[in-house]
Design a protein around this ligand. Structure first.
Ligand code: NAD
Length: 282
């Protein structure tokens, strides 16, 4: 359904690790919509992942950057502006990592050095991404910055751990920087709060399959896929959304505003029926 709505736009896409990554789909859709962009990821991820295949498919250059390093970020912006021939119209921040989640430390027993690392990678990097651009005046008038979030910023998901706090901070940074960048360059800044999605980061959360099924059963439209998330990102980069800013935008098939659904209720009723049958037999 490509309509060339990003024709002439220049972007930077963070976070494409492999073909399951949400950022990977965003790059494919942005390419189909006529955008030119630079792909970037942490140097270690570039070694482990398959980003070069995506670069070839989309005719993009890859510039490594650890998103926690202001120095790397500035080199990235300078390289991207040179490669693309001008200021940057859109940025996708699709980055998340918690060492506590990876190493199975529960919320109440965090290693706080790991917490700080996860915070730096998952939340503060969003601020750094914009501050580096600010210092170089690298974003175009009416540019668009999007970060990816999750509803654990508002509601408790018992194994989402310190990533919940990181997402709350990410959404807050979108509001605060959205204000300042709006005043300075009419740049808009938003987060998209996406359904559970089967990716390396997503499936690393304990009980992911349960979260996925529960969200799908509760959402009237079902979970949003990574391709659908990419479509939403594209609309946020396009000129059709120029006055949307400082928002956390739920892209979750209606999950965030549903208390109970017929499908989820049927599951509970079935469990209760089974329990009654067992107790009647006793
Ligand atoms: N998968 C889900 O269920 C889900 C749901 C809602 C939101 N999100 C968010 O979507 C975003 C993308 O995640 P994904 O699901 O596509 O998983 P993914 O694992 O494919 O992407 C995460 C990316 O972060 C990158 N990264 C980690 N540390 C970095 C650093 N220091 N510098 C630069 N990049 C770094 C990784 O290399 C990787 O490419 C994350 O913010 C994630 O929290 C995911």
């Amino acid at each position: 359904m490509a309509n060339n709505i990003l024709k002439g736009k220049r972007g930077i896409i963070f976070g494409a690790l492999d073909s399951k990554s949400i950022a990977w789909k965003v790059a494919q859709h942005a390419h189909a919509e006529g955008a030119k962009f630079v792909l970037t990821n942490a140097p270690i991820a570039l070694r482990m992942g398959t980003i070069n295949e995506l670069a070839e498919e989309t005719g993009s250059k890859v510039i490594p950057a650890d998103a926690t390093s202001m120095e790397d970020l500035k080199v990235l912006y300078e390289g991207a502006m040179e490669e693309l021939g001008g200021k940057i119209d859109f940025v996708l921040h699709s980055i998340g990592m918690s060492v506590n989640v990876r190493k199975g430390k529960a919320y109440y027993e965090q290693n706080h050095d790991w917490t700080m690392k996860g915070y730096d990678v998952s939340a503060l990097s969003f601020h750094k991404t914009m501050q580096a651009a600010w210092e170089l005046d690298a974003l175009s008038e009416w540019g668009s910055v999007v970060g990816l979030s999750y509803i654990a910023a508002q509601r408790v998901f018992h194994t989402y751990n310190d990533m919940a706090d990181n997402k709350a901070m990410l959404e807050s940074i979108a509001r605060s920087f959205g204000y300042h960048y709006g005043i300075r360059r009419n740049v808009r800044v938003n987060t998209i709060s996406q359904s559970p999605t089967d990716t390396t980061a997503g499936s690393g959360v304990a009980g992911f399959d349960g979260f996925y099924r529960f969200a799908n059963d509760l959402s009237p439209l079902g979970n949003a896929t990574s391709d659908e998330c990419a479509d939403y990102c594209i609309s946020m980069f396009s000129d059709y959304t120029r006055k949307v800013t400082m928002q956390n935008l739920f892209h979750d098939g209606g999950f965030s505003f549903t208390g109970m659904s017929e499908t989820a209720m049927a599951t509970y009723l079935k469990v209760m029926e089974d329990e009654k049958e067992v107790s009647d037999k006793k």
